[in-house]
Design a protein around this ligand. Structure first.
Ligand SMILES: Nc1ncnc2c1ncn2[C@@H]1O[C@H](COP(=O)(O)OP(=O)(O)O)[C@@H](O)[C@H]1O
Ligand SMILES: [Mg+2]
Length: 271
């Protein structure tokens, strides 16, 4: 192994340096510095409109940064986009499937795009369809799939080339409890085999239950980051000074500057 590839093995899975994205005069992502070590289950948490999808799009090469740097597996996605894209899997918010294909056709197409051998594609397609429980209606077109089925197919497509990092934008949105449990189990299994998972969510419970590391973004700025345990310890210290023990939920609302309205204050006209 040469020094360059040895070096890239020791690099974190994801690193950003002062990452900025503006849309006109509006700053959606504001000088973000992230570091995700390999093999971690990373949750990027924040309320709606905080800048999570914009960040994940930049990390996966779908959107270019206004300024700042990104390293994925030690490589600059702007300079080596193909090398990075070969090593990552992405489930975007809009899922990005071809509606007129069957699940098997969609996976075969994706496998070919990654340059896999036909025998590998055939084997992995069958295995992934079975794993996602999408194999009982082989003639069904994606357009006829439910939202949960589409999510599972999109995830299967993101896995077919055996990526080292999986990026998932709001993977639990709009899926039922059973699909959600299957997905959680699968993701936990994949991280235990060394895959790095980077997911976004606006739901604290999901991130708290699944992730080893968390960063919280609000209005484009990083407001907290660390391992789940570190954040919990941080909360105890801050909580003791401020107002006794704080739950992660209180902390989340506290750091994103949420307004705590009691139910007495709101919707009075409804009573
Ligand atoms: N293409 C775009 N043009 C203009 N504004 C955008 C665009 N994409 C996102 N935004 C704005 O950037 C902010 C962050 O959006 P987004 O990253 O999608 O948030 P999140 O995924 O955390 O809900 C929002 O205010 C959104 O309206
Ligand atoms: Mg989003």
């Amino acid at each position: 192994m040469n020094a360059a590839s040895l070096d890239s093995i020791q690099q974190p899975a994801v690193e950003t340096f002062n990452l900025v994205r503006r849309f006109g005069t509006f700053t959606a992502v504001d000088h973000i510095n992230l570091r995700v070590e390999r093999g971690r289950f990373f949750g990027f948490l924040g309320p709606n409109g905080a800048g999570k999808s914009t960040t994940i799009k930049m990390l996966t090469g779908l959107l270019s940064p206004t300024s700042g740097e990104i390293r994925v597996m030690g490589r600059d996605i702007q300079h080596e986009p193909l090398e990075v894209k070969r090593r990552i899997g992405v489930v975007p918010e809009d899922l990005n499937l071809f509606e007129r294909l069957t699940g098997a056709e969609m996976l075969t197409f994706t496998g070919r795009m990654y340059g896999l051998k036909p025998s590998e594609i055939a084997e992995r397609t069958q295995e992934l369809l079975a794993l996602m429980e999408l194999d009982d209606e082989p003639r069904k077109l994606v357009v006829e799939y439910s939202h949960g089925m589409k999510k599972k197919l999109s995830l299967a497509c993101a896995l077919i080339h055996r990526p080292e990092i999986l990026f998932l934008d709001e993977p639990f949105e709009g899926i039922d409890a059973i699909a959600s449990r299957t997905l959680k189990d699968l993701l936990s299994r994949l991280t235990s085999r060394g895959l790095t998972v980077f997911l976004t969510s606006h739901v604290l419970e999901i991130v708290e239950r699944l992730c080893t590391d968390i960063a919280i973004i609000s209005q484009g700025k990083l407001v907290a980051s660390g391992s789940l345990n570190e954040l919990r310890r941080g909360i105890e210290v801050e909580g003791q000074e401020a107002r006794g023990a704080m739950s992660l939920e209180d902390y989340f609302i506290h750091v994103i500057g949420g307004v705590h309205q009691t139910s007495d204050d709101v919707l009075q006209w409804l009573a």
